[in-house]
Design a protein. Structure first.
Length: 316
């Protein structure tokens, strides 16, 4: 008899019926209020339908058929009914994913409010001048390098480079024969009008930083990179002119200004909301040193920074 019951409980249909019974039982005990107080109306109004049509048109470049629109509406009704039942069962409580998604949605709404704000020309110009480095074009360098391979020369690498440097400095402006002074290199010897970022990508950040400080029109070295030792002649170091808030640059500046405004608006909005709450964090059971404390708070010597860190940790 027991083996028969075990086989019966393994049947998918029986498992489905048992799960359904548990859900409806929980709903009856803890779920919705009496039916007369419950919201049992799912409204799909004209504005929502027009929004579906517009979204479909934007995605597929044609209006939906009647069957396609009915499918979108039926999907919304299904999601709305299941959402309400989930809320009635309390499935949204203490759910970090749901909480995070709803918090993000509220921030998106406040960001949209900040986006509609347009600065005056004077305000945008003032902000542009304060953040002008963000919009400056990079400097351009034109140089030639002679490479000395430490794998081939071993301990004599620096001495060999110094000896060749003296010869190159005496010769002056490099010529094609200059490249024969060093070893073969996997990259090119001549770099024309390249930015510091491009130099970093090819020869490393240390080499690029050193190169930006070298004077034009003379040989320098040794300059080190991840590959080895280099002698460098800088033909030209062109500094970009200061940017101007032109019509071409204005959309980019406006976008950056709005992004900063949205960030500041969200912070102010959050601080205003936070001021309405009494935040209590019971962290007596936390291990000593698990929170960074920056000062003594009003309640029990607990710092406000510790409270906020703990709150953020519990939310994530």
């Amino acid at each position: 008899m027991s083996h028969a019951l075990v086989r019966l409980f393994k049947e998918p249909l029986i498992q489905f019926l048992l799960i359904g019974a548990c859900i409806y039982g929980a709903y009856g005990l803890f779920g919705a209020p009496p039916e007369e107080d419950a919201d049992l109306i799912v409204m799909v109004d004209t504005n929502r339908i027009n929004g579906y049509v517009a979204q479909w048109q934007s995605r597929w470049y044609r209006p939906p058929t009647r069957a396609e629109l009915d499918g979108v509406i039926n999907q919304y009704v299904r999601e709305e009914i299941l959402y309400r039942q989930a809320v009635a069962l309390g499935l949204n409580e203490d759910d970090p994913i749901t909480r995070r998604r709803m918090a993000q949605k509220l921030e998106f709404m406040t960001s949209d409010l900040a986006r509609v704000i347009e600065p005056t020309d004077a305000e945008l110009e003032s902000w542009f001048q304060e953040n002008i480095d963000e919009f400056s074009s990079p400097d351009l360098l034109t140089f030639i390098q002679v490479f000395f391979d430490p794998d081939a020369r071993d301990e004599t690498t620096l001495d060999d480079a110094s000896a060749v440097l003296a010869q190159l400095q005496q010769a002056g402006v490099p010529d094609p024969e200059t490249l024969q002074a060093g070893d073969q290199f996997m990259l090119q010897n001549y770099f024309g009008s390249v930015t510091e970022l491009e130099i970093r990508k090819q020869l490393g950040s240390g080499f690029a930083t050193s190169l930006m400080e070298l004077a034009s029109g003379e040989w320098h070295g040794p300059v080190l990179s991840g590959f080895g030792v280099h002698l460098v002649y800088v033909f030209d170091h062109s500094q970009a002119p200061a940017p101007v808030l032109s019509e071409e640059l204005r959309p980019r500046v406006l976008e950056a200004w709005q992004a900063q405004q949205m960030q500041e608006f969200n912070e102010k909005f959050y601080e205003a909301l936070k001021g309405r709450y009494n935040i209590i964090v019971e962290d007596n059971n936390l291990a000593p040193g698990s929170l960074q404390r920056t000062g003594q708070g009003a309640a029990g010597g607990e710092s406000s920074a510790a409270k906020e860190d703990a709150t953020a940790g519990s939310a994530s």
